[in-house]
Design a binder for this molecule. Structure first.
Ligand SMILES: *Cc1c(COP(=O)(O)O)cnc(C)c1O
Length: 435
């Protein structure tokens, strides 16, 4: 398998290099040179396959000869060890629950696969991979739990003191084993700056095998294609083959994975890119002018992205052709008021509690369905996180209806373990050298 940079298709690297670099030198993003279609009979009979079987088939098609199939099979089975059910809400409306992994968010798919791929590709003599992550909340939890217990890896997470939610802090600080948390007396930007300094430090580079487990890493994108195929399989099982996916989007990795799946032969009628007030992509698709903006804070804060990093991948998939994108991808944007009203409407209509990100995807699907009344299709909106992660957003009655998963209740009983640190690079460096 070869990958090129979206800034220069002639610059190609092997899969392990793309995995450890995250980003090419020219600041493009890595994309697979070949996107082979899965066998047609696989799609025709996909309803008969389990999620791990589908994941393996898709990964094997895409990764080709990058690693032996037996190793890939083991990695996929370890990474995708939780379900992604499409729960039926009414005749043709389904919510694809992607939050049954350890951090209760869809980022578990990417993080669990990436961690195992990285551990696998460590070279002989490289005994320990040090993953450094600065987080303002959700990403850190998924990465920490993704690497938890993975041999030959060690994660150090820096988070800003007092600026992450209680559940997020528990997910960062109660793991033990190979996961270390540093509570920085400062902001998220301070945390990110410390990580950047570490990567630029020569002594650390010599003495440690550092990696960033960045969210734009190609090994996080690939496993996100799995659940689109699996969702389609669940629809096929119910005799439905016209499928519309509504995707709550921030950095647009999730949507990029869905579009990659269609390139591999998954038949999808339409995608809907649903955003909060951070509407760079809907504005672009409407006007043809791409103008990134500073992000604004919303209830769906994991989607508060003004300059979505994965958008260049989507442009690349469509050869920079906006009209081609518009044929397959509709888009819309919603305010916080509309998000809250959607949470209430979903609860009232289905007795279902949707997290703010999920509610935006539902709203977008509703709007699309109303505009396409004469068409028959299964509408699947993606639920990217469990609602218990955002307790402050919900009206009291709805909050009371949230079923808190056992793993969260169990986490509450554990002791928080974090090293307190000033935003000081020398202190951070000493810490890393003494690990
Ligand atoms: C990261 C995240 C998103 C946005 O996904 P992208 O791939 O960045 O578009 C949506 N919802 C939740 C809960 C997230 O954590």
């Amino acid at each position: 398998m070869k990958l090129y940079s979206t800034n220069n298709r002639n610059l190609t690297v092997d899969f392990p290099e793309a995995v450890f670099n995250s980003m090419p030198q020219d600041k493009g993003l890595y994309m697979p040179q070949e996107i082979p279609a899965v066998p047609a009979e696989f799609i025709e009979n996909i309803k008969d396959y389990t999620l791990p079987e589908i994941a393996f088939q898709v990964a094997a098609s895409l990764l080709g000869d990058a690693l032996p199939t037996a190793d890939l099979k083991r990695i996929v089975e370890e990474a995708v060890n939780f379900d992604a059910p499409a729960v039926r809400l009414d005749k043709n409306t389904y919510v694809l629950e992607l939050f049954h992994g350890p951090s209760l968010a869809f980022k578990d798919f990417g993080a669990r696969f990436m961690s195992r791929i990285m551990a696998y590709f460590l070279k002989d003599g490289e005994e320990m991979l040090d993953v450094l992550v600065a987080t303002s909340g959700d990403t850190g939890g998924a990465v920490a739990l993704g690497f938890l217990g993975v041999p030959n890896t060690r994660v150090t997470i820096l988070y800003p003191s007092g600026k992450v939610s209680p559940i997020q802090e528990l997910q960062l600080c109660t793991n033990g084993q190979n996961i270390h948390a540093i509570e920085v007396d400062g902001t998220f930007d301070d945390c990110q700056h410390l990580v950047k300094q570490a990567f630029a430090d020569q002594e650390l580079q010599e003495k440690r095998r550092l990696t960033s487990a960045n969210s734009i890493n190609i090994s996080r994108l690939i496993p996100q294609t799995f659940y689109y195929f699996y969702a389609y399989a669940q629809m096929q099982k119910q005799g439905k083959t016209e499928v519309v996916f509504s995707v709550p989007s921030g950095n647009f990795g999730n949507l990029a994975a869905g579009l990659l799946a269609t390139k591999m032969g998954l038949p999808v009628k339409q995608f809907i890119a649903a955003t909060n007030a951070n509407d760079t992509v809907p504005r672009y698709l409407e006007s043809g002018v791409y103008e990134a903006r500073a992000s604004v804070q919303t209830y769906a804060n994991a989607m508060d992205v003004g300059a979505p990093s994965n958008w260049v991948r989507i442009m690349d998939i469509f050869n920079q052709d906006r009209e081609a994108i518009r044929k397959l991808v509709s888009s819309c944007t919603y305010t916080d008021e509309e998000t809250l009203a959607a949470i209430e409407a979903v609860y009232k209509r289905y007795q279902y509690v949707a997290c703010p990100h999920t509610a935006i995807a539902w709203l977008a699907l509703e709007e699309y369905t109303a505009k396409h009344e004469d068409e028959v299709f299964a509408g699947v909106f993606l639920s990217t996180a469990h609602p218990c992660k955002f307790p402050a957003i919900f009206p009291v009655e709805i909050a009371a209806a949230i079923e808190v998963p056992e793993q969260v209740q169990e986490m509450n009983l554990r002791v928080k373990q974090a090293v307190q640190m000033e935003a000081d690079f020398e202190a951070f460096k000493t810490y890393l050298l003494n690990l």
